[in-house]
Design a protein around this ligand. Structure first.
Ligand SMILES: NC(=O)C1=CN([C@@H]2O[C@H](COP(=O)(O)OP(=O)(O)OC[C@H]3O[C@@H](n4cnc5c(N)ncnc54)[C@H](OP(=O)(O)O)[C@@H]3O)[C@@H](O)[C@H]2O)[C@@H](O)CC1
Ligand SMILES: Nc1ncnc2c1ncn2[C@@H]1O[C@H](COP(=O)(O)OP(=O)(O)O)[C@@H](O)[C@H]1O
Ligand SMILES: [K+]
Length: 451
């Protein structure tokens, strides 16, 4: 599990280590990691031109010590001190190592050391101007891309867009949560040997998913594995029913039931699917059009995935054990704000919705967020932009419902479902995909996990 923590918790955990380490030892360790990432990005150090953009705090100190390490490996290192001053010890070491002040020529790489966890959102004009001078050059950000809001993952003002971000000890929220995460590029964590407390934002990794998935036991039968019911599709959108059922069919339930207007199409595509009866979880809403409200009421009180058209028919609170799966536009309608506001502050809004509806809320997007009413959040890091295709959300809803039917908690079912769905899109490769390709790919991803 990847765990991201708040700045306050990270600072508190590091106090002891900083006091115990002699001089700038911790900063030098952090800087060595930054230098390694630069060398990797450049394919070497000798003769490469690296430009440091340096702020007044320890983030700038890290950048300068990284400059020292790079200069020692034969790189030509220059630096702009955006406030005209910098961490004294690091600056002295930098000058002693042959580092120059001021920009000369076009560098091969820029190191963003303006601000880290001590920064406020936005870039001051001197910092913005320093980056404009080297526009287009790849950027390695120290700790976080300067200008992003580290705890909220928001980017309310201008900020650095990095190719690589090197952080220390623990991920911060900005590394996982969009829009800030999109500004980080690839993220590397340098170990500092510090212990951190639990965090409230996390991301599943393959091993976590494998452990959470309830593989059938040798004495299982279809009913012990769980039965999922799908109320999706309509005369207008029969395909949504087929896709939601397809998603449910490659989840872990032992049987899929379908109730709705597209029964013929569903059985033609999935002859194993049966009609109304007892279920352990429902999936309601994908493509249900005008039938959404009646399906929502008919489904009743079992664990339930509520998707698409059904979301707007929810009263104040959702039924017990509900997983709501809006995209940004649907969440905007539910909360009475604009889509832009949701996209600018997804972490804030997904938590607000989970609390208001007293349900697990999965907000779809590049970095899908899954929130519990108590504020705990999982971020999905699998997927590709090709997944943004009509009907892929229907497959996801069915898949999550199928996992829910096995007895998984809503939080686990939603986050595991999102992980499998995104990994399936990755398995489809870097090219157009249609939602109907996802179920086979999900099956293959599961097979790989258990191999
Ligand atoms: N803790 C640890 O164990 C380790 C920490 N490490 C490193 O230390 C970093 C944190 O360092 P830090 O605390 O000195 O804060 P930092 O982010 O450099 O900002 C400093 C100053 O910048 C200013 N400023 C603020 N906003 C601004 C803006 N938008 N644009 C321009 N300037 C702005 C503001 O000063 P002001 O100008 O207001 O006086 C603020 O006080 C951390 O991210 C990591 O890199 C590593 O060495 C490993 C060990
Ligand atoms: N830029 C993106 N990168 C990765 N995944 C994305 C991106 N945009 C959307 N997705 C994913 O694609 C799926 C789209 O779902 P949704 O919007 O409900 O589609 P539909 O309603 O057509 O089924 C979601 O799983 C979402 O997380
Ligand atoms: K930075």
């Amino acid at each position: 599990m990847k765990i991201a923590r708040r700045v306050e918790a990270i600072r508190a955990a590091e106090v002891g280590a900083i006091a115990a380490a002699p001089g700038d030892a911790l900063m030098r360790r952090a800087a060595a990691g930054v230098a390694r990432a630069c060398i990797e990005q450049l394919g070497g150090a000798y003769g490469r031109r690296v430009h440091l953009v340096v702020g007044v705090g320890d983030n700038g100190g890290d950048a300068l010590y990284a400059g020292v390490a790079l200069a020692r490996r034969g790189a030509l290192v220059t630096a702009t001190l955006v406030a005209g001053r910098a961490h004294p010890g690091a600056l002295a070491a930098y000058v002693a190592a042959g580092g120059r002040l001021g920009l000369t020529g076009r560098p091969d790489l820029v190191v963003d050391g303006v601000v880290g966890i001590g920064g406020r959102p936005g870039l001051r004009p001197e910092a913005a101007a320093a980056f404009e001078q080297v526009a287009g050059v790849p950027i390695v950000a120290v700790d976080v891309p300067s200008g992003v809001d580290v705890d909220s993952g928001e980017t309310p003002e201008i900020h650095v867009d990095a190719d690589v971000t090197v952080t220390f000890g623990s991920l911060r929220h900005a590394h996982l949560v969009d829009p800030a995460a999109a500004a980080c590029g690839a993220v590397a964590v340098v170990e500092l040997g510090v212990d951190f407390p639990a965090g409230d934002v996390e991301a599943l990794e393959a091993e976590d998913v494998r452990l959470l998935l309830p593989a059938p036991e040798s004495d299982d039968h279809k009913y012990t594995r769980g039965v999922v019911g799908v109320r999706a599709g309509s005369v207008r959108y029969p395909g949504a029913a087929v896709l939601a059922v397809a998603g449910a069919s490659v989840g872990f339930a032992g049987m899929v039931r379908y109730v709705g207007a597209a029964g013929e199409q569903v059985v033609a595509a999935h002859p194993e699917v049966v009609g109304a009866g007892k279920v352990q979880a429902w999936v309601v809403g994908s493509g249900t059009d005008a039938d959404a409200e009646s399906h929502l009421h008919a489904a009743g009180g079992t664990p339930i995935v509520i998707d698409a058209d059904a979301l707007v028919h929810l009263p104040g609170a959702a039924p017990a054990d509900a997983v709501l799966t809006p995209h940004a536009g649907e969440l905007a309608t539910m909360l009475g704000v604009s889509r832009d506001e949701i996209e600018a502050r997804p972490l804030h809004h997904v938590r607000q919705a989970a609390e208001a509806y007293d349900a697990v809320v999965l907000l779809k997007g590049r970095r899908t967020l899954i929130a519990r009413p108590d504020g705990r959040v999982r971020v999905n890091t699998t997927g590709t932009p090709w997944l943004a295709t009509a009907g892929s959300g229907d497959v996801l809803a069915g898949l999550i419902g199928s996992l829910l039917a096995t007895g998984m908690s809503g939080f686990d079912a939603a986050s595991v479902g999102a992980w499998l769905h995104g990994r399936a899109a990755q398995a489809c490769g870097d090219g157009p995909l249609v939602a109907g390709m996802l179920p086979d790919a999900i099956r293959a991803v599961v097979e790989d996990l258990f191999a």
